[in-house]
Design a protein around this ligand. Structure first.
Ligand code: APR
Length: 311
């Protein structure tokens, strides 16, 4: 059985464990600083396995020893947003937490692939790669699957078409400047630009960009967790099953789209080696302008990180 360790057993971490246990693809370890909490959630989830008929070992811990020999490490530890906060407001608190989680887990699982979920996402993925010194194939940020799923859900709500027929590509940074590519997004092969009137499509783009904030404002404490964790589980499954699944994720840029030394949301292929390939689109002028704006915002947070942390 493969092994996945989830660092941070809060809302996203525990719900990721839930989705993964359903899939029966790996034994699971939950790690959190809160005493008893990861052990309690792990035991509760383990006790659900006879009911859903899945043979999965699940344990909880307050240190990293139990994570030994993990195939995948998922980092969700850190603070979530409160109403009025941007993802970037979380930078200094979460940099400390994610940096430690990354280096400590690597000591026990030198071959692991990292999936990062903690915000500000692109920058936390960058921090994980720099702190661990891993090649870019082995550090992937979760964001694009979530942002694209939000857009798919809104398109389904507008059109009444099955979510399975709707493909959306939301790239760029995981912030308000993210780039929903309406030309390439489609319903059964028909571009959304043709399928929907411009005003309806614009409204969907705006709602997608603010999708995380909409949930934060409704919940009032904490941020979204069902959809982010479902995205994480899909990424882990694609890796463990060597699916070569093409999905939007945050990846380290090494010249793609003219970007260097930063994480950014692009379409990638996920398989057993991790981030196996970046699929680069030919962008039109408007799309390129949106990419540049989003990249500038992400670069700013990367610079703020570099002022906080020495690599
Ligand atoms: N090591 C392990 N766990 C930690 C540490 C640490 N050093 N510091 C904090 N945690 C744990 C907290 O105890 C908490 O249980 O991280 C967990 C975070 O869970 P929640 O507060 O429920 O937050 P969640 O909604 O899961 O979001 C976590 O993911 O989507 C992002 O923006 C979100 O950055 C946030 C992160």
């Amino acid at each position: 059985m493969n092994k996945i360790s989830i660092i941070g057993a809060g809302m996203t971490g525990a719900t990721t464990a839930h989705w993964l246990a359903e899939r029966e693809i790996a034994d699971l370890v939950l790690v959190d600083v809160l005493e008893g909490m990861p052990q309690g959630k792990a035991l509760d989830l383990l006790e659900a396995m006879p009911i859903i008929g899945r043979d999965v070992r699940i344990s909880g811990a307050n240190d990293y020893t139990e994570t030994k020999d993990s195939d995948i490490i998922i980092i969700t530890a850190g603070l979530p947003r409160k109403p009025g906060m941007s993802r970037d407001d979380l930078l200094s608190a979460n940099a400390e937490i994610v940096g430690t989680a990354a280096t400590e887990t690597l000591k026990h699982s030198p071959d692991a692939i990292y999936i990062v979920l903690t915000n500000p996402l692109d920058t936390m993925a960058y921090l994980t790669m720099k702190k661990t010194g891993l090649p870019r194939e082995r550090v992937i940020g979760q964001a694009g699957i979530l942002d694209s799923a939000r857009m798919r859900a809104f398109v389904a709500m507008e059109t009444g078409v099955s979510v399975e027929n709707i493909d959306c590509y939301v790239l760029g940074g995981h912030g308000d400047e993210m780039v929903p590519l309406t030309r390439l997004s489609n319903i059964a092969g028909v571009s959304l630009k043709e399928y929907l009137p411009a005003d309806k499509l614009d409204a969907i783009v705006i709602r997608t960009r603010k999708g995380g904030g909409e949930i934060v404002n409704l919940l009032k404490s904490g941020s979204a967790f069902y959809a982010p964790s479902a995205a994480c589980a899909q990424m882990a499954e694609a890796i463990l099953k060597d699916k070569h699944l093409i999905v939007p994720c945050a990846a380290y840029m090494d010249g793609e789209y003219g970007l260097e030394d930063m994480f950014f949301g692009v379409t990638v292929m996920l398989g057993r080696a991790g981030m196996e390939k970046i699929i680069e689109y030919k962008l039109d002028e408007d799309e390129k302008a949106m990419f540049d704006k989003s990249a500038a915002a992400v670069k700013e947070t990367h610079e703020a990180l570099k002022n906080l942390v020495k690599f």
